[in-house]
Design a protein around this ligand. Structure first.
Ligand code: ZN
Ligand code: ZN
Length: 204
């Protein structure tokens, strides 16, 4: 199933799709799917893969199982620039409606793990207990919701790159305003010393 409306299929069917895309069914798929439905609802998105697909952004704060479910359910992706990844290590995501600017940040409650024991005390495996409990737990027990203001840079919107500059040192093309200015000259992040890797040949 390529395009679907998560609001027009059952939650079990939605989980099946999440499972297929993610590779396994886990508590993260349940959390991610429920978080996505809530987030989309809060910002008034009714058909995220269809006519509303360009009307919202999703900011994810972690790269773990639930992130795949968020991608599956919302249809937002890094490649379409509708999903933004922030490397915070926090199980949370923010949904922004680009037309109304309404935004809500939803964070998974750590206490849900304990609560899951109340639902299925007979199940000893935490992963299975949480998977089952998160399907039926009330939203308030799963998530903390906060309305927020997202300050968005024009260069971060979907569509053609609004800005392209050439690095003053290595001449690489830098898109989307990601250059760093040193003494008024633009540099790519690598040349500006913000690299995530070291060059093997660069020693000496
Ligand atoms: Zn998983
Ligand atoms: Zn450079």
């Amino acid at each position: 199933m390529h395009r679907f409306n998560p609001f027009e299929i059952s939650f079990e069917t939605l989980l099946e799709i999440c499972k297929e895309r993610h590779g396994h069914l886990c508590a993260g798929q349940v959390i991610g799917a429920r978080l996505s439905l809530l987030g989309l609802q809060l910002i008034g998105i009714k058909d995220p893969h269809g006519e509303d697909r360009k009307k919202f952004l999703v900011f994810v704060e972690i790269d773990r199982c639930a992130t795949d479910a968020i991608q599956t359910v919302t249809g937002a992706t890094l490649g379409k620039r509708t999903m933004k990844y922030l490397d915070y290590g926090i199980m949370a995501a923010t949904f922004l409606n680009l037309e109304t600017n309404k935004a809500f940040r939803i964070m998974a409650k750590e206490s849900a793990k304990e609560k899951a024991k109340e639902y299925f005390p007979e199940i000893e495996t935490p992963a299975l207990r949480e998977l089952l409990a998160y399907k039926i737990m009330p939203v308030d027990d799963l998530f903390e919701v906060e309305e927020v203001i997202v300050r968005l840079n024009d260069c971060d919107l979907p569509g053609k790159p609004k800005k392209k500059v050439i690095c003053a040192k290595c001449q690489v093309v830098i898109r989307d305003g990601k250059e760093v200015y040193v003494e008024d000259k633009p540099y790519c992040k690598l040349c500006a010393g913000l690299s995530y890797f070291e060059r093997k040949s660069a020693h000496g």
